[in-house]
Structures are given as structure tokens and as C-alpha cells.
Design a protein around this ligand. Structure first.
Ligand code: SAH
Ligand code: SF4
Ligand code: F3S
Length: 468
């Protein structure tokens, strides 16, 4: 099958919005305002997609609820990255059979990465017959059309064809947070790390244009957004393969000053360029925080993972970042127990963690994903060993995180106040540029402001301070 990116035309998106308005006229006649429940699993890309699903639903006349009993539509946006994520979703979807029995008019929709896997879509078709609509990430832009069909004629819809993927501009959003926002700058992935399902379910890499992203950022700034997180599976390859030759450093340059704070994730170490480091060092808005997944500290395992860099290359990039951006905070992702990983190779990961001294690390037990190369490898690591390695890794990183936090005591940091503290009345919390959470005595009127805070203490994962 030919796999090429499709730009969904403006006319097509307009047609979807017209369908939303048609649905809105129908829901407007119902006795009560209909409610929708949108439940999201997985990464920020999925959160960003759910904001668009909510945007469409709002335009269809729906309000929102967290209670499945109250919901006329339930949308579950799923993740396929690890077995555990899939089991949780299937458990929750299974339980909805009872809710639907009590409310037969309820529409149950499953979307996201997990349903894009053929065997999962088949399982839902056969065994989860209370699910009405199933659509993968490629079909999200036509959600209104699918809902319209279900409301006008009964039946089930499965839209999970294996496509290269599309880009659609102009879909409305309902954002969860007024201060911070996610912005997808690209979709899909071309890297095919041997453990990872993402390229199979999210299609090939494709980038939006700088003009479209800048227009969205300007709109958000005008409505009060203070921090934007730019999202992509490998932001360093933003623009590669597109006709206009745009690059990620150029995007950061264009966005500088549009909002007070910009962050981005994820960066692939193989493509982290000096141009990006330089742009970051000079940018006013880009925060001194860098998420740079290493996955393993062993050259042999990195090669088996198809990561295209060595431990030494990674460490060199870390040195380059630290020398250009003093006080940069580094975070990472690490997998324990990749097939064939020996004790000595795992020790290499521990020693790399000691050497880099991350602010924090997301650590995972390797989980075989059907259809990926690593899942077919014969030398799978024993579950008990994987768990034991993960515990050692977590313990090591916890100690380093604590030390990194303690190292901030005495500094004065700019903190974007995000909300009232969840733990203490009369306190507010927010993040430093480097990404550390700080709690300090304060006033809810400061929410949304960037204020100087002197750091006076630290806990396991957060800092304490006093506003200067
Ligand atoms: N594109 C990003 C990350 C995407 S997924 C990157 O390249 O870094 C987020 C993290 O999940 C990965 O960095 C990896 O550490 C982890 N992960 C992915 N597939 C996994 C699997 N099969 N088992 C365990 N962890 C996995
Ligand atoms: Fe998965 Fe690798 Fe792509 Fe990240 S870069 S999404 S880990 S295939
Ligand atoms: Fe999960 Fe899909 Fe994100 S598999 S981690 S939701 S890209």
C-alpha cells in the first residue's frame, strides 16, 4: 500500500464543523444538556488529541462529566506503549457493559493508539460488542461524521485502516488548563526503535508548518496561555522531508517571545544538533530543560534497540548542552530488561545514570509489543530479573533527584504559578524554568504570573521557597 501523508483540506474540516452544528441542533432539542466523558491514557500526544475531541464535542452541544452514568457519549482515548496500559483500558471498557445496559442510548467510543493495532480492533469487534465506535489516530479529524452516522442510524463503525496519516488544521479544542497548553507540531515516527509500537500505530512522521503553529501559539497567548509544550515523538526531525525545508531551531526562533515559556519533547539523541543547542541558549522563552531519552547505557543494547547512537555520543551531547546552557535540567526515559540485556549491560545503564545525574527519569520494564522486532527476539529477560533491575534503577535515581533538588537551595528562581497547593492552604505551587515543582506561601491571584522565589528547602520530588 502506498503510504503518503494527506493534508486534510480546509473544506473537509469545514464539513466536519457543519456536521457538528447539525448534531448541535438535534442535541439542543433534548430535554437535558447532553454530557460527554473523555478519558485519556498514554502520553501528551493523546492528551492533545483529547483536547480536539472535546473541542468537537463542545461544538456538538455537549457539556462534560466524569461520571459514566451521566454520559450520553463516552470516549476512551487509549495507549499501546506497554501491556499494562492495554490491560487497564480493556478492564475499564469491559466494565462499561453494565453502564450501557442501564443506558442503552449511550454511545461508547474507543480511539487512540491501541485500537490501531489490528489484533486489538478484532478483539473489540468480537468480544466488546457494547462498543459502538472505534477509530485510530488517523481518523480523529472525522470524528463528527462518525458520531453523526451513529446518531442517525444504529450499527457500529470501525475506522482503523492502516494509513500513513494525515494533518488537519482548524479543529477546535477545549483545553484542560488555561495557563499551560500542549501543541502538537508533528505526528508519527520514522525511527522504528525495535521495542516500540508507536511507528506502527501513529504512521509516518509529518510536520505542521511554522506558520500554522505560530498562528496557534499567538491565539493561545492572546487568551492567556503562559507556557506551551511543543509535542512530537522526535522534535529534532521537525520539518525533515517536508517541501519547505523548515527546521526545529527555526520553529523555536519563530516562537520566541510569543509566550513567556516554551518547552518541548521528545528529543532523539541521534538528531540533537548544535544549531538547536545554540537556539535554546539564546532564546528568551525556551526553558532550560531537556528531555533526552537514553533508554540504555550499553552500546550493544542501544544497537539492538536501533537507536543509532552510542553511549559516548550521548554523553558528548550532554556535555554540549551543559556547557551552552548552565543550570539546564536533564530528564530521560530508560528501559530495564530489554531482550538479551545481561547484568553487566544493565550495570552500564546504572553507571550512565550516575554519570549524567538527571533531575528525574521515567523508568520502564521492557514490555513486548506484538509486531515489533524486539518482541520476536528469543532471549527475553525473566520477569523477576526485570523487576529487580527496575527497583535498583529507581532507587539510584531517587537519590540523585534528591541531591539535584537540594542543590537548588539558596538560588532564586523564576516560578510560573500554576495553582493553589494541593497539600497546604495558603500555599501556591508552580515550576522553575528547569522544571522543578516549588511550593510557597502565596496568593491565588498570582496564578498565571511568573514570580521570583528563593528556594529554602527540598523534599523527595519538590522544592519549598519564599517569594522575594
Ligand atoms: N519518542 C520518544 C518516546 C516515546 S514512548 C522517544 O523516542 O524517546 C515513551 C517511552 O516509553 C520511551 O522513551 C521508552 O522508554 C518507553 N517504551 C516504549 N516502548 C516500550 C516498551 N515496549 N516497553 C517498555 N518501555 C517502552
Ligand atoms: Fe518509539 Fe523510538 Fe519513535 Fe520514540 S523514536 S516513538 S521510542 S520508535
Ligand atoms: Fe501511548 Fe500512543 Fe503516546 S502508544 S505513549 S498514546 S503515542
Amino acid at each position: 500500500m502506498e503510504r503518503k501523508t494527506t493534508q486534510i483540506s480546509q473544506a473537509e474540516v469545514e464539513r466536519q464543523l457543519t456536521l457538528c452544528d447539525d448534531i448541535c441542533r438535534v442535541t439542543g432539542q433534548w430535554a437535558d444538556k447532553p454530557l460527554a466523558l473523555v478519558d485519556t491514557y498514554g502520553c501528551q500526544q493523546n492528551e492533545a488529541d483529547s483536547e480536539r475531541i472535546r473541542g468537537y464535542l463542545e461544538r456538538m452541544g455537549f457539556g462534560f462529566t466524569d461520571d459514566p452514568e451521566q454520559a450520553r457519549i463516552i470516549v476512551i482515548n487509549t495507549c499501546a506503549i506497554r501491556e499494562h496500559a492495554e490491560q487497564r483500558v480493556l478492564g475499564n471498557v469491559g466494565a462499561l457493559v453494565h453502564t450501557k445496559r442501564r443506558h442503552p442510548e449511550q454511545l461508547i467510543c474507543l480511539c487512540g493508539c491501541m485500537v490501531q493495532e489490528k489484533h486489538v480492533a478484532e478483539k473489540i469487534r468480537q468480544s466488546y460488542r457494547h462498543v459502538d465506535l472505534v477509530f485510530g489516530p488517523h481518523a480523529l479529524w472525522k470524528f463528527p461524521e462518525m458520531v453523526h452516522t451513529l446518531l442517525t442510524q444504529r450499527g457500529r463503525i470501525f475506522s482503523v485502516a492502516d494509513e500513513a496519516g494525515s494533518i488537519a488544521e482548524g479543529i477546535p479544542t477545549v483545553r484542560q488548563d488555561g495557563i499551560k497548553a500542549w501543541v502538537s507540531i508533528m505526528y508519527g515516527c520514522n525511527n522504528f526503535c525495535t521495542y516500540c509500537i508507536v511507528p506502527y500505530v501513529r504512521g509516518r512522521e509529518r510536520s505542521r508548518t511554522i506558520a500554522d503553529i505560530a498562528a496557534e501559539a499567538e491565539n493561545m497567548a492572546a487568551s492567556g496561555t503562559k507556557e506551551i509544550m511543543l509535542l512530537g515523538q522526535n522534535v529534532n526531525s521537525f520539518g525533515l522531508g517536508s517541501e519547505n525545508g523548515e527546521t526545529f531551531p527555526q520553529l523555536l526562533h519563530a516562537l520566541d517571545g510569543v509566550v513567556p515559556r516554551i518547552r518541548f519533547m521528545t528529543s532523539h539523541p541521534k538528531d540533537l544538533s548544535d544549531a538547536l543547542i545554540e537556539e535554546m541558549a539564546h532564546s528568551k522563552s525556551v526553558c532550560p530543560q531537556f528531555h533526552l531519552p537514553v533508554q540504555s547505557g550499553s552500546d550493544r543494547i542501544l544497537q539492538e534497540m536501533n537507536r543509532h547512537y552510542t553511549r559516548e555520543h550521548y554523553l558528548e551531547r550532554v556535555r554540549a548542552l551543559r556547557s551552552a546552557i548552565p543550570n539546564v535540567g536533564l530528564t530521560t526515559d530508560i528501559i530495564a530488561g530489554f531482550p538479551g540485556e545481561t547484568d553487566a549491560e544493565f550495570e552500564d545503564t546504572l553507571s550512565l545514570v550516575e554519570q549524567v545525574r538527571y533531575d528525574s527519569a521515567y523508568t520502564f520494564i521492557y514490555s513486548p509489543r506484538q509486531g515489533t522486532r524486539a518482541a520476536a527476539m528469543e532471549n527475553q529477560v525473566d520477569e523477576a530479573i526485570k523487576h529487580e533491575r527496575l527497583s535498583r534503577l529507581i532507587a539510584l535515581q531517587e537519590g540523585i533527584t534528591k541531591e539535584q533538588l537540594t542543590g537548588c537551595i539558596g538560588r532564586t528562581e523564576d516560578v510560573l504559578v500554576e495553582g493553589a497547593s494541593r497539600r497546604q492552604a495558603g500555599f501556591v505551587s508552580g515550576r522553575t524554568g528547569r522544571g522543578m515543582m516549588v511550593n510557597f506561601e502565596g496568593n491565588e491571584e498570582w496564578i498565571g504570573q511568573i514570580v521570583p522565589v528563593q528556594i529554602t528547602g527540598s523534599g523527595t520530588n519538590t522544592l519549598r521557597g519564599i517569594r522575594k
